[in-house]
Design a protein around this ligand. Structure first.
Ligand code: SF4
Length: 222
């Protein structure tokens, strides 16, 4: 159940951001030197900690392979070896090759930057191995598009705060949040980063409610 229809819920969504921002400070996301590095990170971060992604990207950088053409040309077993720290390395090698092949065939960043957001999202979702969360990470953080990323942390935090039940359809949840907040890339960027930070440190599976800045407004507070 999406509970963002009332004014109170809309205000709550905004004030949650304000509280998280005051508490945690700026997050400076997404970690990555270039849009292409951000895209590679988005593909590799599925089911693993970010520190493991950094090691895998470090392996690519050390071999001068953080480049779409170099990744497509690399032997799959070599690529899998470089990606080993990120886990599921054979699957991720195949996914990264798929992604890079699509990226090159589509014309690269300059061309893709001109594509309208909905069409770009559809194109990303057509790449084998790119799901909605990965596509939206790429849209928001590599292409600066106003797309709100929904992940397990977002579901957990917003469900505990009573804004969602947590099991809603991905796009229904995304669109509801985008509508309430309005198209705002810096806000979406920072809000998602703060949700991840808060869910990892405070609103964990076993929440640390006594340390939570959101406790006064949280119906799930323990
Ligand atoms: S009060 Fe507890 S359950 Fe609510 S958001 Fe904070 S940590 Fe999560």
């Amino acid at each position: 159940m999406i509970n963002l229809s009332s004014q109170a819920s809309r205000r709550k969504l905004r004030s949650v951001f304000d509280d998280l921002s005051r508490h945690h400070g700026p997050q400076y996301w997404w970690p990555g030197e270039t849009p292409f590095e951000i895209m590679v990170g988005a593909v590799l971060t599925q089911n693993t900690a970010w520190s493991n992604v950094e090691k895998a990207i470090g392996n690519l950088v050390a071999r001068n392979k953080l480049d779409a053409a170099a990744i497509v040309a690399a032997r799959k077993d070599h690529l899998a070896g470089w990606l080993r720290p990120s886990g599921y390395f054979n699957v991720k090698a195949a996914r990264l090759k798929n992604f890079c092949r699509w990226y090159l065939e589509a014309g690269g960043y300059e061309v893709l930057q001109q594509v309208e957001t909905g069409a770009l999202r559809q194109a990303l979702l057509g790449v084998n191995g790119v799901g909605k969360e990965t596509a939206d990470d790429i849209l928001l953080y590599a292409f600066d598009r106003p797309v709100f990323v929904i992940d397990a942390y977002t579901r957990r935090l917003f469900a505990r705060l009573g804004l969602f039940s947590g099991d809603e359809d991905y796009d229904a949840m995304r669109l509801a949040i985008e509508q309430v907040l309005g198209p705002d890339v810096p806000l979406f960027n920072e809000y998602h980063a703060l949700i991840v930070r808060h869910a990892r440190e405070i609103c964990r599976v076993r929440p640390r409610c006594s340390a939570c800045v959101l406790q006064p407004r949280c119906p799930a507070s323990q």
